[in-house]
Design a protein around this ligand. Structure first.
Ligand code: RUQ
Ligand code: CUA
Ligand code: CA
Length: 641
C-alpha cells in the first residue's frame, strides 16, 4: 500500500480515489482479522520493526524496570466488559490494581459487603440490581488544565451508569444511573467553570448517550422518533444536573480548557436503526454544547422532563437552535461516521477522527465561540483542516509539541502528524508536509493516549495503544485471544515500539499521568466508617428477634471473637473492623457455604448480611495472607438448630 513513512501533497491523488470508504472497503472494517491477513501477505510494513530501540530516545528500554524500581506514571484503564477499572504503572505496563465498580469482585468482596452493595444499588429483595457492566472511557478531574488527583470517572455502557473513583483510596464511592439514556458511551469532565473564573477545577462530568430511544421509552417501533440525550452530572453530588435533547447521537466527548464548550462526535445523524442507515449520509457532525447558555436556560426554567425523571431537559435540536446568538448547540459538519474527538493540549482545537473517512478534522474552538457570538457567518469556518491521514482513523493523542498521533484501525498503524502543517495544507499550502511518521502496530488499534496527553502538561514521552487484535503476538490459549497493549516511545522524531503487553479482554480508553499528581492514602481512618468496631471489647453478638448483629475486630493473627453462635435461618449482619494500622496488613473473611468472602484493609470496616444456613460448625477464616499464623487466623460460626 504505502511504501513511504511520510505522506505529502503529492500523495493526495492516491488518497483521492478512496476518499470515503465504500461498502467493499467496509468489509475490512467489520472483519478486522481479514484485513490483517491481507496486510501480512501484502507489501512490506511501512516502517521497519522496532527491534533495536534508538538509545538516543529517552524511553529506550524504559519499560524494563530494574527489580524494586518504581514507575514514573500512573495509568487508569477502563476494563471494558469486565466492568472494572485497571490501574497500571508506566512505562512498565505492570498492572497494580483492579478497582471494582459496576461488577462484583471476589478479591475484595465488591457486591458482597453491604457498603459496596449500597454503592452498586440493590433491588427491594437486597440482591444486586445489576451484575454486569461495560466500561469504555475513563477521565480524571482537572484543576488549572491538569489532573488534580481528586477523582476519576468511568462509564457503563450497558446500564447507562457513571461511577466515580476516589483517587485518594483508589476506590469507587458513587454510582449514578442516567435517566432516559441507553448506550451511555463518551464521558469527559469539564476543566473549569464557564462563568466563574474562581472555579478553575472540574465541577461537572458530561456523558454522551449513543443509542436513540423513544422518550419516554414506550416500545414505539418507528426509529425516526427515537432521541438521544447529552447529560451533565455534578462532580461532587453525582446527581444528574441537566440533559440536552439532540438530533443524531453522541459517541465520544471532549471539553475545552476554558469550560465553555463540550462536544460529541455523531456517527448517526441519520438517526437510523440499521447500520446501513447509519452510514447513508456522506457527512455527519460534531455537536458542540454551549455550557453557560444551557445552564442559564435550565435556571430560567426553559426545560421539560421525561417519564418519572425530574432532571431538566433543554432542547438542543437543530430546528430550535438556528439563531447562533441564542443557540444552545452547534452542529459542525464532519465526514461520514466520525469516531474519537480529542482536545489538543494547546487548548485551541478539537480533532475529530474520520473512521469511515480517511481524514482528521481540526475544529478551531475560538471560531466556534465566535459563531455563538454571531461574529462568524458560517459554522463551517471553524473547520481549519480536514486532511487525509490513513484508513480507519479512530482516536488521537498529543505530545505537547504540536503533533497529533492518530490510530488507524484498518491500516494497523499510528500516524504522527503535525497540526499546524495540516492547517497550512488545508489553507492551500500544498507543500506543507503534515505527516511526520508512521508506525505499524499489532494489530488494529483503537484507543491511544500519551503521557499527560489531554492536559496542558502534555509531556510527549510515552504513548500507549490498545490493539483490538493480538493474533500471533502471544502463545495461543484457545479461541479467546488476549488483546495487545503496546507502549511506544514518542519522545523523538520517529516513534519507537517498546513493548507488547497481553491484556485480558476487553480494555478500551485510558489516561496516563505523572505519579506526583496523586497522593494515595494506604491506611483508612477508623472514623471513616460510622459502624466501626473501634475496640475489641465491643465485639459480641446482639440478637433482635430473627435479626442478629455480630461485631468483630481483626488484629493479626486473630479475630476478636474465637467463636460466635447464631440460629439456623437468622438474618445475620456481621461487622468487621480491621484494627491493624500497618500499611499492607489486609485481612480476609470467608464463611464456607454462605457465599461470604471479603477483605478489610488496614483501618477499614466492612459488613455483610446473610442467612445462617443449616445447623453446623463453619470455620470462618482469613483469606488474605497476613502473618506467619495466617492459617491459624480463624473463628467458628456455630449454627444451632
Ligand atoms: S470507543 S475504539 Cu467505546 Cu472508546 Cu473508540
Ligand atoms: Cu489475617 Cu490472614
Ligand atoms: Ca452516519
Amino acid at each position: 500500500m504505502k511504501d513511504d513513512s511520510t505522506l505529502s501533497a503529492s500523495d493526495t491523488t492516491v488518497w483521492g480515489r478512496r476518499r470515503f470508504l465504500n461498502t467493499a472497503a467496509l468489509a475490512g472494517l467489520t472483519m478486522g482479522a481479514a484485513a490483517c491477513t491481507e496486510k501480512e501477505s501484502g507489501a512490506a510494513p511501512a516502517t521497519a520493526p522496532a527491534a533495536a530501540p534508538d538509545a538516543a530516545h529517552a524511553g529506550a528500554n524504559a519499560t524494563h524496570l530494574k527489580p524494586g524500581e518504581l514507575d514514573t506514571y500512573y495509568g487508569l484503564w477502563s476494563g471494558g466488559h469486565t466492568g472494572d477499572m485497571r490501574v497500571l504503572g508506566l512505562p512498565s505496563g505492570r498492572e497494580l490494581l483492579r478497582i471494582p465498580c459496576f461488577v462484583p469482585d471476589a478479591l475484595v468482596g465488591w457486591g458482597i459487603t453491604n457498603e459496596s452493595k449500597a454503592i452498586m444499588g440493590t433491588k427491594p429483595n437486597g440482591a444486586l440490581r445489576y451484575t454486569v457492566g461495560d466500561t469504555h472511557h475513563t477521565h480524571a478531574s482537572y484543576k488549572d488544565g491538569n489532573y488534580d488527583g481528586r477523582y476519576a470517572w468511568i462509564n457503563d455502557k450497558i446500564n447507562s451508569r457513571i461511577a466515580r473513583i476516589r483517587l485518594d483510596y483508589f476506590i469507587c464511592d458513587k454510582i449514578t444511573q442516567l435517566p432516559n439514556v441507553q448506550g451511555f458511551h463518551g464521558i469527559f469532565p469539564d476543566k473549569r467553570d464557564p462563568v466563574d473564573p474562581a472555579i478553575n477545577y472540574t465541577t461537572r462530568v458530561f456523558c454522551g448517550g449513543e443509542f436513540g430511544i423513544p422518550l419516554p421509552n414506550s416500545g414505539l417501533e418507528d426509529a425516526g422518533t427515537y432521541r438521544s440525550l447529552f447529560s451533565c452530572v455534578d462532580a461532587e453530588t453525582m446527581e444528574v444536573r441537566w440533559q440536552v435533547l439532540i438530533d443524531g447521537n453522541c459517541d465520544l466527548v471532549a471539553t475545552s480548557y476554558d469550560g465553555k464548550l463540550a462536544a460529541s462526535n455523531q456517527y448517526n445523524t441519520e438517526m437510523g436503526a440499521r447500520y446501513e442507515d447509519m452510514m447513508s449520509a456522506e457527512r455527519d457532525a460534531c455537536i458542540f454544547f454551549n455550557i453557560a447558555r444551557i445552564e442559564a436556560a435550565v435556571k430560567a426554567g426553559k426545560f421539560k422532563t421525561f417519564g418519572s425523571s425530574k432532571v431538566p431537559v433543554v432542547d438542543g435540536t437543530q430546528a430550535t437552535n438556528q439563531d447562533p446568538t441564542t443557540a444552545l448547540t452547534a452542529y459542525v459538519s464532519v465526514p461520514k461516521n466520525p469516531h474519537g474527538v480529542n482536545a489538543s493540549p494547546d487548548q485551541k482545537y478539537f480533532i475529530c477522527a474520520g473512521k469511515l473517512s480517511p481524514t482528521a478534522t481540526v475544529i478551531e474552538l475560538a471560531k466556534v465561540l465566535e459563531w455563538f457570538d454571531g461574529k462568524v457567518e458560517k459554522l463551517d469556518d471553524a473547520i481549519v483542516a480536514e486532511v487525509e491521514i490513513g484508513l480507519g482513523p479512530l482516536h488521537t493523542a498529543f505530545d505537547g509539541r504540536g503533533n497529533a498521533y492518530t490510530t488507524l484501525f484498518l491500516d494497523s498503524q499510528i500516524v504522527k502528524w503535525n497540526v499546524d502543517a495540516a492547517i497550512k495544507f488545508h489553507a492551500g499550502d500544498k507543500a506543507a508536509k503534515y505527516v511526520v511518521d508512521r508506525l505499524d502496530v499489532q494489530y488494529q488499534p483503537g484507543h491511544i493516549n500519551g503521557s499527560q496527553s489531554e492536559t496542558i502538561a502534555a509531556d510527549g514521552k510515552y504513548l500507549a495503544v490498545g490493539c483490538k487484535f493480538s493474533k500471533d503476538r502471544f502463545l495461543p490459549v484457545g479461541p479467546l485471544h488476549a488483546e495487545n497493549e503496546q507502549i511506544i516511545d514518542m519522545s523523538g522524531e520517529k516513534m519507537v515500539l517498546l513493548a507488547d503487553h497481553p491484556v485480558r479482554g476487553e480494555p478500551h480508553d485510558f489516561i496516563i499521568f505523572k505519579r506526583d499528581l496523586v497522593k494515595p492514602k494506604q491506611v483508612y481512618s477508623l472514623d471513616d466508617f460510622p459502624n466501626a468496631v473501634k475496640d475489641p471489647k465491643d465485639s459480641g453478638v446482639v440478637r433482635n428477634g430473627k435479626k442478629v448483629t455480630v461485631k468483630m475486630t481483626s488484629q493479626a493473627p486473630a479475630f476478636s471473637l474465637r467463636e460466635f453462635k447464631v440460629k439456623a435461618g437468622d438474618e445475620v449482619t456481621l461487622i468487621l473492623t480491621n484494627l491493624d494500622k500497618i500499611e499492607d496488613l489486609t485481612h480476609g473473611f470467608a464463611i464456607p457455604n454462605h457465599d461470604v468472602n471479603f477483605i478489610v484493609n488496614p483501618g477499614e470496616t466492612a459488613s455483610v448480611t446473610f442467612t445462617a444456613g443449616d445447623p453446623g460448625v463453619y470455620w470462618c477464616y482469613c483469606t488474605h495472607f497476613c502473618h506467619a499464623l495466617h492459617l491459624e487466623m480463624r473463628t467458628r460460626m456455630i449454627v444451632e438448630a
